[in-house]
Design a protein around this ligand. Structure first.
Ligand code: PLP
Length: 437
């Protein structure tokens, strides 16, 4: 399989798409063709890794990574992704729990898979690769955890000092020698600008062999389709019925993965998008005008995206607003509704959910009869509520129990380097590690 840029350009190999992240013409890589499966292709495939091996085989065909796919998947899916029942007075749904990975959020899937691929691609390089990540909190932790202790690869995580939560800060700073945690004296935008500046600097780029692991990398998208494939097949083999999903999304990566699974023939019926108050996608589906804007801060902070970059992929693979209106619908959920949903879900069902998951539950609960009836709904739960305890605990009036993976991380020693938002400071830190002046 070759990968092509959304803006034209030459087709490249999977390896090249993974290592460069973004295409030379500034576009995003998409698969050149889409495989088509039917459910019986997956009979006997029980685990996420089993389903993933069948699903990704065409996407890996012809790649040097193809013989390693099984091991890559075993490393990625070394935690469960169960569907648990959510019983409410309004009806029943399933919760697809994507938050049992090392940092208790669904980005562990994409980051883990990308790390497993990259460490195999670069085996034997004489200088380590340096993955640069700017993070406002969640992505950096998942990427650091995924690359932690991988030989031949180092990660530099840049985050705004004092502007991430205490638990997020711990997840950014508790790793081994190969993860450099840089507490930038500035904002997230400063971090992002600095990463861009460093990547564009020839000398620095060559000296450190920069690469990125951000959410537009195709290596983060492909594995996310696997949990949709697995969940829908499990439901299909149990009930003979298709599953419908409500997907909390920000940069549109999570929803796009569901679209890809359905396009590839998996037994998926409706896919409904839940956003927070950042309603760029919702407005586009309503008005057909694509109007990216500044993001606004919400309780579902990992979805605070005003310019969802994966829309470029969605339009390249599917088409513009008129076609997308046939494929999906999108609903924006504001902070007041998120709060109400967290409270209500706990009161009605005894289930504690994070603010991102609450957007999906809210959208499902407020569907009209026509939209909801006759379908089997699975609501996607993207983070463990204990990651967002400062929002959740006051709403439910009780402590959120810590899951073992978070408890382990919170107990580790933490270490970081403070840094001014300047290229020379970043250069010093990269050269000297934790001993920089
Ligand atoms: C990143 C994230 C999302 C949104 O994912 P996209 O790929 O941006 O659609 C939702 N919930 C949580 C907890 C996240 O970390």
């Amino acid at each position: 399989m070759k990968y092509v840029s959304t803006r034209g350009g030459d087709a490249v190999s999977l390896e090249q798409a993974l290592l460069s992240g973004i295409a030379a013409d500034g576009g995003l890589y998409v698969p050149q063709e889409m495989p088509l499966f039917s459910s019986h292709n997956f009979s006997g495939a029980a685990t996420l890794a089993d389903v993933g091996r069948i699903f990704l085989a065409p996407f890996f065909a012809g790649s040097s990574l193809a013989p390693e796919l099984q091991e890559i998947l075993a490393e990625t899916f070394d935690f469960p992704i169960p569907i648990t029942p959510l019983a409410t007075p309004a009806g029943e749904a399933g919760l697809l729990e994507l938050f049992h990975g090392p940092t208790a959020a669904f980005k562990d899937v994409g980051a883990g898979f990308l790390a497993a691929c990259m460490s195999r691609l670069d085996a034997g390089g004489d200088k380590p690769l340096t993955i640069l990540v700017a993070t406002s909190g969640d992505t950096g932790g998942a990427v650091a955890a995924a690359f932690n202790e991988r030989p031949g690869i180092r990660v530099a995580v840049l985050y705004p000092d004092g502007r991430v939560s205490a638990r997020q800060a711990q997840q950014l700073t508790c790793w081994s020698e190969n993860v450099l945690s840089l507490a930038v004296q500035g904002t997230f935008d400063d971090c992002q600008a600095l990463v861009k500046e460093a990547m564009a600097d020839r000398d620095l780029s060559e000296a450190h062999r920069f690469s990125s692991a951000n959410s537009i990398n195709i290596g983060r998208l492909l594995p996310q389709a696997i949990y949709y494939a697995h969940a829908s097949l499990q439901h299909w083999f149990e009930s003979g019925r298709k599953a419908s999903f409500v997907v909390p999304t920000g940069n549109l990566g999570n929803a796009l993965a569901a679209f890809i699974a359905r396009l590839a023939g998996l037994p998926i019926d409706d896919i409904v998008i839940a956003t927070n108050a950042n309603r760029t996608i919702v407005d586009y589906l309503e008005t057909a005008d694509w109007l990216p804007r500044e993001s606004i801060q919400t309780h579902a902070s990992a979805m605070d995206v005003g310019n969802p970059s994966n829309m470029e992929r969605v339009r390249a693979l599917f088409g513009d607003a008129e076609i997308l209106q046939e494929l999906t619908r999108a609903v924006a959920v504001n902070d007041a509704a998120i709060e109400e949903e967290i409270r209500r879900t706990y009161a009605d069902s005894g289930v504690i959910v994070c603010p991102h998951t609450a957007t999906a539950i809210h959208v499902w609960r407020h569907m009209n009869e026509d939209q909801r009836k006759g379908k089997d709904w699975i609501l996607v739960a993207t983070a463990h509520p204990a990651k967002f305890e400062t929002i959740v605990e006051p709403l439910i009036g009780t402590k959120v129990p810590l899951p073992p993976e978070l408890a382990r991380i919170l107990a580790l020693p933490s270490r970081f380097q403070r840094m001014q938002p300047e290229l020379s400071a970043l250069s010093d830190c990269l050269r000297n590690g934790y001993n920089a002046a």
